[in-house]
Design a protein around this ligand. Structure first.
Ligand code: HEM
Length: 477
C-alpha cells in the first residue's frame, strides 16, 4: 500500500503547522497516493480511506461496540480524579450500556421534538442579541464575528436540553459561572495541540514538560465542575419535590436522575462530554450556513420562499414543521458537506479487514502495541467530483428527494457519522440549527457587508472558520 514516509508526516504536522491544515493534507495525500494509503506515526499504523464505498464497507461491518480512537489520556484523567467515562471516552460494554440508555432519550426525533419550545425561547434571545449587536455598528446592520454569537446561542440551547436551565449566555452580562465554563472550554480547544501532546508525551517525560498535561487536567476540572453544579442543582430540586410529595416532571436530566439508569458519576461524565461535543460543532455549522446564505442570495430567497409558502412569515416553527421545509434541511446538509465539522473520523480495527484489495491486519492484542487505526477522510470525499458534481459549489438542491425511490444517502458526506457509534446529539443539533435558521430567515435578509471578508476553513480539532465571519442582518418588511 502506498503512503507518505513517517518523516514527511512529522515534518508536515509539527514543522509546517499541519495540525491547522489536516483537511488540506488529506486531499494532498489522496492526490499523491490514491483513495487508500498508509502512514506510520511511531508505533501507530494508520490506514486512510477516502473512497465512499470503502467508508461504507468499514462502517457497515461494525460490531457491538466500535472504537473511534485511542482515548488513553482521557481515561487517565478520569482514573486520576475518580471520574467516570462518558460516551465519547468510554469503550466496550460500559459504552454500550450508557449508549443504550441515552439513545432511548435523545436519538429519536419524537423525543427531541419536545424540546422545540425551550429552544425557541433561546432563538428569541438570539434575535434580540442580533438587534443589539447590529445597533452598535455604523451601518446598523452588520454583526461582526457571528461565531461568537452562535457559540453563545448553541451553548444556551444545548443547556436548556441537557440541564433544563438557562445559563444567560446571550445576556449582556454573562454570569460568572458561565464565563468560567467558557474559559475551560476555550482552554480545551485553544490547547488543542497541547492536549494532543498531553496524550503523546510519555508519562516519564512529564516532569520535564509538565505544561500540556497540567493544562489538560485543568481544563477537564473546569468542564466537570460546571456539569456537576447543574446536575446537583437539579437533583436537589427533585429531592425537595419528592419530600413535598409533588409530582416530579421534567426533561432529559430529570428523567435520567429519576430512573437511575446511569450512576451519578456516569451522569456527570455524560453531561460534561455532551456539552463539550455539542457547542462548537453546532456554532461552527450555523456560522458557515449564515456565510453561505449571505454569499448566495438567490438560494437564500428560495429558502425564504419555501418558509413563507409552507409555514408562514411569522409562524414560530416547531420540530414537526421541519419535514415540510426540505430546502431548510438541505441547507444544513450542504453546509456540512462543504464544512464537515469533523473533517475526518477514526476507527480502531477490531477484526482483520480486506478493503480495496488490501488485507488490513487488526494489529496486536497486546495492550501496549496500538491496534491499526483507520482514518475516514470525510472532507476529501465531500469534495470528490465523482460523488458530488460541482463539488466546490453550494447547491442545497442536490439533497432534495424527487421521488420516494430516489435515495440520497451518500457515504461521501456523513457529517454525523453512521451506525451504532454515530453522533448521539444529531437530532438535538438539527433541532437547534433548523429552528434558528428558519426564524432568522423569517426576520432578516442575511447579506454580505463591506466588512465581509473571504473566510476559509482551518482545522483546530474541529474544522472551523479561520477568520471572522461578518454579515448584515437586514430587517425584512
Ligand atoms: C452540527 C453539529 C454536530 C456534528 C456535525 C457532530 C458530529 C459528530 C460526529 C461525526 C461524531 C462521531 C461519530 C462517529 O464516530 O461515527 C460525533 C459524536 C458524538 N457527538 Fe456529535 N456532532 C454535532 C453535535 C452534537 C451535539 C449537539 C451533541 C450533544 C448534545 C453531540 C454529542 C456527541 C457525542 C456524545 C458523541 C460521541 C458518541 C459516541 O461515541 O457514542 N454532538 N458527533
Amino acid at each position: 500500500m502506498p503512503g507518505p514516509r513517517t518523516l514527511t508526516n512529522l515534518l508536515e504536522l509539527f514543522w509546517r503547522d499541519g495540525f491547522s491544515r489536516i483537511h488540506e493534507i488529506q486531499q494532498k495525500h489522496i492526490r499523491e497516493y490514491g483513495r487508500i494509503f498508509k502512514s506510520h506515526f511511531g508505533p501507530q499504523f494508520v490506514v486512510s480511506i477516502a473512497d465512499r464505498d470503502m467508508v461504507a464497507q468499514v462502517l457497515r461491518a461494525e460490531r457491538d461496540a466500535p472504537q473511534r480512537a485511542n482515548m488513553e489520556s482521557w481515561q487517565e484523567y478520569r482514573d486520576l480524579r475518580g471520574r467516570s467515562t462518558g460516551l465519547i471516552s468510554a469503550e466496550g460494554k460500559k459504552w454500550l450500556a450508557m449508549r443504550s440508555v441515552l439513545r432511548q432519550k435523545i436519538l429519536r426525533p419524537r423525543d427531541v421534538a419536545a424540546y422545540s419550545g425551550g429552544v425557541n425561547e433561546v432563538v428569541v434571545d438570539l434575535i434580540k442579541r442580533i438587534r443589539f449587536l447590529r445597533s452598535q455598528e455604523d451601518d446598523g446592520e452588520t454583526v461582526t464575528n457571528v461565531n461568537d454569537l452562535y457559540f453563545k446561542y448553541s451553548m444556551e440551547a444545548v443547556a436548556t436540553i441537557l440541564y433544563e436551565c438557562r445559563l444567560g449566555c446571550l445576556d449582556e452580562d454573562v454570569p460568572e459561572q458561565t464565563l468560567r465554563y467558557i474559559e475551560a472550554l476555550e482552554l480545551m480547544f485553544s490547547m488543542f495541540k497541547t492536549t494532543m501532546y498531553a496524550g503523546a508525551i510519555p508519562k516519564w517525560l512529564r516532569p520535564l514538560i509538565p505544561r500540556p498535561w497540567e493544562e489538560f487536567c485543568r481544563s477537564w476540572d473546569g468542564l466537570f465542575r460546571f456539569s456537576q453544579i447543574h446536575v446537583d442543582n437539579k437533583l436537589r430540586e427533585i429531592e425537595s419535590q419528592l419530600q413535598k410529595g409533588e409530582e416530579v416532571k421534567g426533561g432529559l436530566l430529570t428523567s435520567l436522575l429519576v430512573s437511575k439508569e446511569l450512576s451519578l458519576e456516569e451522569l456527570y461524565a455524560n453531561m460534561t462530554e455532551m456539552l463539550l461535543a455539542g457547542v462548537d460543532t453546532t456554532s461552527f455549522t450555523l456560522s458557515w450556513a449564515t456565510f453561505l446564505l449571505a454569499k448566495n442570495p438567490q438560494i437564500q430567497q428560495s429558502v425564504y420562499n419555501e418558509i413563507v409558502r409552507n409555514l408562514g412569515k411569522d409562524v414560530v416553527p416547531t420540530a414537526e414543521d421541519v419535514p415540510r421545509l426540505p430546502l431548510v434541511r438541505a441547507v444544513l446538509k450542504e453546509t456540512l458537506r462543504l464544512f464537515p465539522v469533523l473533517p475526518g473520523n477514526g476507527r480502531v480495527t477490531q477484526d482483520d479487514l480486506v478493503i480495496g484489495g488490501y488485507l488490513i491486519p487488526k494489529g496486536s492484542d497486546l495492550s501496549y502495541v496500538p491496534q491499526t487505526q483507520l482514518a475516514l477522510c470525510h472532507y476529501s470525499t465531500s469534495y470528490d467530483e465523482d460523488y458530488f458534481s460541482a463539488a466546490e459549489e453550494f447547491r442545497p438542491t442536490r439533497w432534495l428527494r424527487h421521488g420516494h425511490l430516489d435515495r440520497v444517502e451518500n457515504f461521501g458526506s456523513i457529517p454525523f457519522g453512521y451506525g451504532i457509534r454515530s453522533c448521539i446529539g444529531k437530532r438535538i443539533a438539527e433541532l437547534e440549527i433548523h429552528l434558528a435558521l428558519i426564524q432568522l430567515l423569517q426576520k432578516f435578509e442575511i447579506k454580505t457587508s463591506p466588512k465581509t471578508q473571504s473566510v476559509v476553513p482551518k482545522t483546530h480539532g474541529l474544522l472551523c472558520p479561520a477568520g471572522a465571519i461578518n454579515v448584515c442582518y437586514a430587517d425584512r418588511e
